[in-house]
Design a binder for this molecule. Structure first.
Ligand code: DX5
Ligand code: ZN
Length: 209
């Protein structure tokens, strides 16, 4: 059964939706962090995000869509965080940042944009607990799943299996009860608008597993 990570990026009322996610069997809350530089949108500052524990006791999967992950990793490491994920397209030293995440005993992840070749992940595989395959161009919720992602997920699965690394594959963007069938090789699905814009969160989460 797949794990489900719920993104509240498209929520109209974040505290209320976090409480609603808390009542479901979702595995993680997917926290999208945007700095207005790596992507043009900007999400709430950490000073607001640090209060998330008041609304959810779920473990967090933090997705940093930021130019300088090294500035954000120590902040998000303070929360109830299971994974910190940043982008392979960032210009900082990737291994240094993965080691920084590990120094907090938090699981590591690299996110990869639709146009970045999967093979670029190879040097980092020994350091990774998760790869987040972007099935949309990052920056906004509610976009459509890019069909080319299907082959990329398969390529990544074959790559991970060939090296026998225990790395989880997560797919992020445009996930719903139709596109989930394109992600058979994934271990986790990150879903946003499909869940949080619905009346019954649990029903939507169950339809993804
Ligand atoms: C996109 C974000 C995704 C997004 C998912 O930049 O990283 O996590 O919020 O939302 P949906 O499921 O609406 O595509
Ligand atoms: Zn995300």
């Amino acid at each position: 059964m797949k794990k489900i990570s719920v993104s509240f990026l498209s929520s109209k009322n974040v505290p209320m939706d976090l409480r609603k996610i808390d009542e479901t069997d979702a595995d993680y809350v997917h926290v999208d962090v945007m700095d207005g530089k790596f992507v043009s949108n900007k999400t709430m500052p950490f000073s607001e995000m640090r209060h998330i524990h008041k609304y959810t006791s779920k473990r967090l999967e933090v997705h940093l869509m930021v130019k300088e992950p090294s500035k954000f990793i120590p902040l998000y490491a303070e929360l109830n965080t299971e994974y910190i994920i940043f982008h392979i397209e960032t210009e900082e030293d990737i291994i240094k940042n993965l080691e920084m995440i590990k120094s907090y005993s938090i699981k590591t992840g690299l996110a990869i944009n639709p146009e970045t070749p999967i093979k670029e992940l190879i040097p980092y595989l020994p350091y990774l607990d998760e790869v987040l395959v972007m099935s949309v161009v990052p920056g906004a919720g509610g976009q459509s799943f890019i069909m080319e992602s299907v082959e990329r997920i398969k390529e990544l699965r074959a790559l991970i299996d060939s090296y026998k690394f225990p790395i989880m594959i997560n797919v992020d963007g445009g996930i719903n009860n139709n596109t989930k069938d394109y992600c058979r090789e994934a271990d986790i699905l990150a879903a946003g608008s499909y869940v949080v814009l619905a009346a019954d969160f649990q029903e939507k989460i169950s339809s993804l597993r």
